[in-house]
Design a protein around this ligand. Structure first.
Ligand code: HEC
Length: 246
C-alpha cells in the first residue's frame, strides 16, 4: 500500500501547526506594537539606542555576557526582581521593539541588566564599570545569608584595557587614577580603556526601560497560583527563603 500521501499530510500538518503556534500567533500579537508618544516629554518611547551603545551591544554579544546576565524583569508575583531593585516594573514586549536581537539571557549567575543604566548612571556609573571590569572583586562582593562575604565571581575583562607608554601628554582616556595601588602601570606608562570598552560601557549606561506605557499599565498580570508547600520543616527554611516563596 502506498503510504506517501499519509506521510506527506502528517509532515504538512506538523509543520503547519508549529508554524502557526510559533510564528503566526506571535506575529499577530506583537508585530503591530509601536512606540508610544509621550506628550510631556515630547518624544516617543521606547527610544532606540544611540550609535555607540549599539556598537557596545555587539561587544556584549561577542563577550557572552548573556550567559550570566538576563535582560528581562519579572512581574510582581512571578519573582522578586523588583524587590531586588532590578527595575520599577516588569518588562513588556513593547520594551524590545527596536531590538533586532534581544539578549534575554538564559541564566542569572549575575543580576538582571535590563535597567542597569538606572543603577549606575553618568560619570560615577562609568567609573564604577571601569573598576568592575578591571577587577570585579575590588568593587563588588556577595554577602550570603550565613553572613559570610565572598568576592565577586564575575570574570575580570582586562583585555578591554591597554597599557601603553605615555608619549607627550597623558591620554584623556587614561583610567589608572580609578584603580588601586596594586594595579598601577609601570612608571611612564598609562592604562587606557579601549574603544570596545567605551562602547560596552555606553551600552550599559543606556540600558534603562522607560516608565510603563499607558496601554500596558491597564493590563493586569495575574501571578500563577502558588502550590501549597505546607509548613516548612523546622530548621529547613530560613526566614528569608520563606519570604521569597510567598
Ligand atoms: C561567569 C558569569 C558572568 C559573566 C560571563 C559576566 N558576568 Fe557580570 N556579573 C556576574 C556576577 C556573579 C555579578 C554579581 C557580582 C558583581 O557585581 O560583580 C555580576 C555583576 C555585573 C554587573 C553589576 C550589576 C549590578 O546591578 O550590580 C554588571 C554591570 C555586569 N556584571 C556586567 C557584565 C558584562 C557587561 C559582562 C560581559 C562583558 C558580564 N557582566 C559577564 C557574573 C558574570
Amino acid at each position: 500500500m502506498n503510504r506517501a500521501p499519509l506521510i506527506f499530510l502528517g509532515i504538512f500538518f506538523t509543520v503547519a501547526f508549529s508554524w502557526t503556534g510559533i510564528v503566526l500567533t506571535n506575529h499577530l500579537m506583537y508585530a503591530d506594537l509601536q512606540p508610544v508618544f509621550d506628550e510631556n516629554e515630547g518624544r516617543a518611547f521606547p527610544q532606540p539606542l544611540p550609535g555607540d551603545a549599539l556598537r557596545g551591544k555587539e561587544v556584549y554579544r561577542d563577550l557572552g555576557c548573556m550567559y550570566c546576565h538576563s535582560q528581562q524583569v519579572r512581574h510582581p508575583g512571578f519573582g522578586t526582581d523588583i524587590q531586588r531593585g532590578w527595575g520599577e516594573r516588569g518588562s513588556v514586549a513593547r520594551d524590545y521593539i527596536h531590538e533586532r536581537r534581544v539578549y534575554l539571557g538564559t541564566m542569572r549567575t549575575g543580576p538582571d541588566l535590563r535597567n542597569v543604566g538606572a543603577r549606575f548612571a553618568g560619570e560615577g556609573g562609568r567609573n564604577w564599570h571601569i573598576q568592575h571590569f578591571y577587577n570585579p572583586t575590588e568593587v563588588s562582593n556577595v554577602t550570603l545569608s550565613n553572613g559570610r562575604t565572598y568576592g565577586s565571581i564575575m570574570p575580570p575583562y582586562r583585555f578591554l584595557f591597554r597599557t601603553q607608554p605615555i608619549i607627550g601628554e597623558p591620554s584623556p582616556r587614561s583610567v589608572q587614577h580609578l584603580l588601586p595601588a596594586k594595579d598601577q602601570p609601570p612608571v611612564g606608562h598609562e592604562i587606557v580603556l579601549t574603544q570596545r570598552g567605551e562602547d560596552l560601557i555606553a551600552y550599559l549606561l543606556a540600558l534603562k526601560d522607560p516608565p510603563l506605557y499607558p496601554e500596558e499599565a491597564r493590563r493586569v498580570y495575574v501571578p500563577p497560583a502558588q502550590p501549597d508547600r505546607g509548613e516548612p520543616r523546622p530548621g529547613t527554611a530560613p526566614e528569608s527563603t520563606r519570604e521569597v516563596l510567598q
